[in-house]
Design a protein. Structure first.
Lengths: 845, 188
């Protein structure tokens, strides 16, 4: 099998090297080499990242939302603004690095990465496959609001979500899972605000809820089922002590290194889904939380619980156990009787690193709630995802789980088999969710990032595994894994993760392709024997392809916004279609001819520029050249030949006449472009006979007055381009936005942009000022769209533009856009039957 | 990389925060990169921990003008003030840590050697000793072995990569393998 080439070649070479050795020694050499190979790969993958989602109790579906969620997490966690990707990627020896324009790599989540996450969440929400997925993404959206500090909006979103969750047609398991997440999110919101009593009330109202934060609260307020616990806050101020304790020989002069107070609340807000690390274990006397670590956001609450920890320590003679998410494994259990070793520094480091901990694993040790009413046992661990890159990390989790189970099985032997199954399932889901994005590269040992020829979508991971490299390079799905007793899998073994971790069974590397361009690979590893079968791999591949387009469209939208003058409402069907068209065309290699049709002012040249920019991100270099098709054919052919020789993009304006000429002339012109290898973009006034030319991919742009929902993005793009280098993007008032929204814009977006250019910065403009300036420019101004003139599309556009973050229509706001009173709008809505966002969206197709 | 900015900022608070809160300074990546470049077999966790300790110790020893409060302390001494200097300084620290680990034969029952070796039936202590011998061997031999085992190259590819004849590369790799396996070592 080709997949096993690397392993086979290495094995053959190894056998050759051992010529003349005794069989026993040769066998030992094989095993040592295999171990050395794993150790070496661990080093190669030192900078890699895996992400596991917060929920492991799901049904394991492999939808787009899941993949995007992981990509979104990657982005947020790696704290890399999207701008850091693309042209500033560079290669350093055999390693890789990503820097921004200044050569710096941001280390903490900032506003930019939060925006990036939000964009991706929005993109995923738009692509949600079903009601459950859509609701899950709205929950993410609410989280984004919370992390951004907009707690009011987050609360409103949660309210709306709760109502919709009740009404949604979901399976019971999905509903329970979403409800549990929603409650946890409410608790997190309350605790972030310091509303401990509110959180307590919420927990008491929902005694059946058994989430980790709820358990933390239950314990904190004296739930008898949870006997005691220990809590460590996130105070890096104890760092020097730990250095001293771990390495007594080192003269640490003063505790100055860790002089910082507890991590700021901002970091807690930035924490992605991870809040606490709790190990509960049931013993004869009842459930016991033997270790807890809280994220910085909970530090304030932790202060009142420290006395409990001290009492616990006194009563029990020290901590019973300790979860160590650092050290060689992501989680280890250490007993009190064992001497403290140097590894504890890692545990404490992780404990103090709540802000950096991103991924969450919850291992339910037994049933979620025992007959006694307390948690039977969970291992709730949060990781810095960078510390969980490999099967080795997962294996250590198994050790932790097994240690906890061993402890429990002493007390209740009968519970062990069932719990073991839980652990196995949870680990399986974790491993299955350990996605990794790798840039394509065929260098040995480590995937290299090419600054020109490869465009990484979302996040980068330098993965050492050859299946990922091969998948990215050859654009084929590569299956690998443990020896699965199936004819289809025979001979496809590679890494043999089962030898490292008994439960590992299957893996697949899936190419991440956009058109002809391979942009990376996604690695899926599973501990379940039945995962990764060919039908599953095919399904994953389809999902990955959708994810690639979705993520790229989100990135493209943001980049185009930043470029200025080009706004697109990517959430609307027409905006999404445009972005996908650009992605499809831009990722094609070689010469191509496309047509952008639309009336004057509809943004044809801007779309052409966007195509050119998108091609540059895919590594197709060359300038953009603007030509006019009006004139003599021979001269045009010469100009085209000259321009297309440089590659890049040639924009041929006014191509209607050219397309109307006879096919021989047209073919002569087009072949000139093909010889040069450029992308030829023909801009025309619109369809001549309703059909396009064969072989010419066409996109039709409508007049801006038919897509008023794009007005806000255009303004935003303009504002952003003006504020380049500024600290903050100015906020355009609702009144100004509504005023601009309802104008006729007879000459299209150029009128809108012209008015904006001639006016003060939009953030400082007033409606009166804009009106005066518009009248000066002869553009006219109207305070309302006459109801008689309003088309169904105008109404749909107003309603669509008025939607809230929670996905509801705001009719009052829509009426303001139209310049109407709410009653007038209500009457028209009744007539048209547009009652929800989906209804508005469908009218915009 | 980001840590150069942190180190060059000479702000101990920012630096210590960076060291403690996860690994935003990518010390782990740095350790891994250097170990890969030098073709060493070391426990990455151990290397990272030692690097953090070393940085804490070194930086704390260099901090503080007497008249300043802790929060206002500024890194002093030979600390590089620019990003390039900080990078080479930190790389030297990493090399120092790796040098420390070259001959390390002691470890815990949960270190990488145990984690990687035990499931394969390789006794951790013996694996540790083998790796120590391997690490102390000539770099060309280590690189030859890694090219074949870690990078999955064929003999010919590896020879081209290392700039020697295939037979010479095989001989180097064999010597490295002999060190790794040892004589008289047993897993039983």
């Amino acid at each position: 099998m080709t997949e096993a080439r690397g392993e086979t070649a290495a094995a053959e070479v190894l056998e050759a090297l051992m010529g003349g050795w005794q069989p026993g020694r040769a066998e030992r050499a094989r095993r040592v080499t295999r171990a050395a190979r794993l150790l070496a790969w661990d080093l190669v993958g030192a900078g890699s990242a895996s992400v596991c989602a917060a929920d492991v109790g799901d049904d394991g579906s492999d939808g787009l939302a899941r993949q995007l969620e992981d990509v979104a997490l990657h982005l947020a966690e790696r704290a890399r603004p999207l701008d850091a990707f693309g042209s500033h990627r560079g290669c350093s020896g055999r390693g890789w690095r990503t820097t921004d324009a200044r050569g710096a790599e941001p280390c903490a989540p900032d506003a930019e990465s939060a925006r990036a996450l939000r964009r991706l969440v929005d993109a995923a929400a738009r692509s949600a496959a079903g009601a459950a997925e859509a609701l899950a993404w709205r929950l993410w959206s609410s989280r984004c609001e919370r992390w951004a500090g907009d707690r009011g909006a987050a609360e409103l979103s949660l309210d709306g979500l709760e109502l919709d969750l009740r009404a949604a047609d979901l399976a019971d398991a999905q509903r329970r899972s979403l409800r549990a997440e929603l409650l946890e999110e409410r608790l997190a919101l309350l605790l972030d605000r310091g509303g401990v009593s509110g959180a307590r009330e919420l927990v008491e109202e929902r005694p059946d809820h058994v989430g980790p934060l709820a358990a933390l609260m239950a314990w904190g307020f004296g739930d008898d089922a949870v006997a005691s616990a220990s809590i460590g806050d996130a105070d890096p101020g104890r760092w020097a002590e730990r250095v001293r304790a771990a390495s007594p020989g080192l003269p640490v002069p003063v505790p100055c290194v860790g002089g910082a107070p507890s991590a700021p609340p901002d970091l807690a807000r930035a924490t992605v889904g991870a809040r606490a690390m709790v190990l509960f274990a049931r013993e004869e006397t009842g459930a016991r939380a033997i270790w807890m670590e809280t994220a910085p956001g909970l530090s304030a609450a932790a202060a009142s619980w420290r006395s409990g920890r001290r009492a616990f320590s006194r009563g029990e003679g020290g901590l019973l156990g300790e979860v160590k998410p650092g050290g060689p494994g992501a989680a280890l259990v250490r007993c009190a009787e064992r001497p403290r070793d140097g590894r504890s520094i890692d545990a404490q480091c992780m404990g103090g690193a709540g802000s950096a901990a991103r991924a969450v694993l919850c291992l339910p040790l037994g049933s979620a709630r025992s007959a006694a009413g307390g948690p039977d046992g969970w291992l709730w661990v949060e990781f810095d995802h960078r510390l969980l890159p490999s099967a080795g990390r997962v294996a250590s989790l198994v050790f932790a789980g097994q240690a906890a189970l061993a402890r429990r099985s002493v007390a209740r032997p009968s519970a062990a088999p069932r719990s073991a199954r839980f652990v196995e399932q949870a680990i399986g889901k974790l491993a299955r969710r350990a996605w990794a994005l790798v840039p394509p590269g065929d260098g040995p040992g480590r995937a290299a990032v090419r600054s020109g020829g490869a465009h990484a979508v979302g996040a980068l991971r330098a993965a050492p595994s050859w299946p990922a490299r091969r998948a990215a390079r050859d654009r084929v799905a590569v299956r690998y894994g443990a020896p699965i007793r199936s004819r289809a899998w025979r001979g496809a073994d590679d890494l043999g993760v089962d030898r490292l971790f008994e439960a590992s069974r299957a893996g697949a590397a899936l190419p991440l392709c956009l058109g002809d361009v391979s942009v990376g690979a996604i690695v899926v590893e599973s501990t379940r024997r039945d995962d990764g079968r060919p039908p599953q791999v095919e399904r994953w591949e389809r999902g990955v392809e959708r994810a690639a387009h979705g993520v790229f469209a989100a990135e493209l939208e943001e980049r185009l916004l930043g470029a200025g003058g080009f706004g697109v409402d990517a959430a609307a069907p027409d905006g999404r279609a445009l972005l996908q068209w650009i992605a499809r065309v831009a990722s094609r290699s070689g010469a191509a001819v496309v047509e952008v049709a639309g009336p004057a002012g509809s943004g044809r040249r801007t779309v052409a520029r966007a195509l050119h920019a998108a091609r540059a991100w895919f590594g197709f270099s060359g300038p953009i050249t603007h030509l006019s098709a009006r004139g003599e054919t021979r001269a045009l052919t010469r100009s085209l030949e000259r321009a297309s020789c440089a590659g890049g993009t040639v924009v041929l304006g006014g191509a209607d006449a050219l397309l109307a000429r006879d096919s021989a002339q047209l073919e002569g012109v087009l072949s000139a472009t093909r010889r040069g290898g450029a992308l030829l973009v023909l801009t025309t006034d619109g369809p001549r006979d309703g059909t396009g030319r064969p072989g010419i991919d066409r996109f039709d742009l409508s007049a801006i007055s038919r897509r008023r929902h794009w007005v806000a993005p255009i303004i935003r793009s303009f504002v952003r381009s003006r504020s380049q280098g500024g600290e903050e993007e100015p906020v355009v008032s609702e009144e100004v936005l509504a005023g601009l929204w309802r104008q006729e814009w007879r000459r299209g977006a150029r009128d809108l942009v012209g008015l904006l250019r001639a006016s003060p910065a939009p953030g400082e403009s007033t409606v009166a000022g804009l009106r005066a300036r518009a009248e000066e420019l002869g553009l006219g101004w109207r305070d309302r769209i006459p109801p008689a003139d309003a088309t169904e599309r105008d109404l749909a556009s107003a309603l669509w533009s008025s939607r809230t973050a929670g996905g509801r229509l705001n009719k009052r706001r829509a009426a303001r856009f139209l310049g109407w009173d709410p009653a007038t709008l209500a009457g028209r809505i009744r007539a048209l039957g547009i009652e929800d966002v989906e209804g508005a969206r469908s009218r915009l197709d | 990389m980001d840590w150069t900015r942190h180190v060059a900022s000479r702000d101990p608070r920012a630096l210590s925060g960076g060291l403690v809160a996860g690994d935003p300074l990518r010390l782990r990546l740095l350790c891994g990169e250097r170990a890969v470049d030098r073709a060493l077999l070391v426990d990455l966790e151990d290397a990272q921990r030692r690097l953090v300790e070393r940085l804490c110790w070194t930086l704390s020893g260099r901090m503080g003008d007497a008249g300043r409060g802790a929060g206002e302390a500024v890194l002093s001494g030979p600390m590089p003030g620019d990003a390039r200097g900080a990078e080479s300084w930190l790389r030297a620290c990493v090399d120092g840590v790796l040098d420390e680990l070259l001959g390390a034969v002691e470890g815990s029952d949960r270190d990488a050697f145990a984690l990687m070796g035990r499931p394969l039936g390789v006794e951790p202590a013996a694996f540790r000793r083998g790796c120590a011998r391997f690490n102390r061997g000539p770099e060309v031999e280590r690189r030859a072995y890694m090219a074949l085992v870690r990078d999955d190259l064929t003999l010919e590819q590896a020879a081209v990569h290392e700039g020697c004849a295939p037979l010479e590369l095989a001989a180097r790799a064999r010597r490295a393998l002999e060190r790794l396996v040892g004589r008289g070592e047993s897993d039983d």
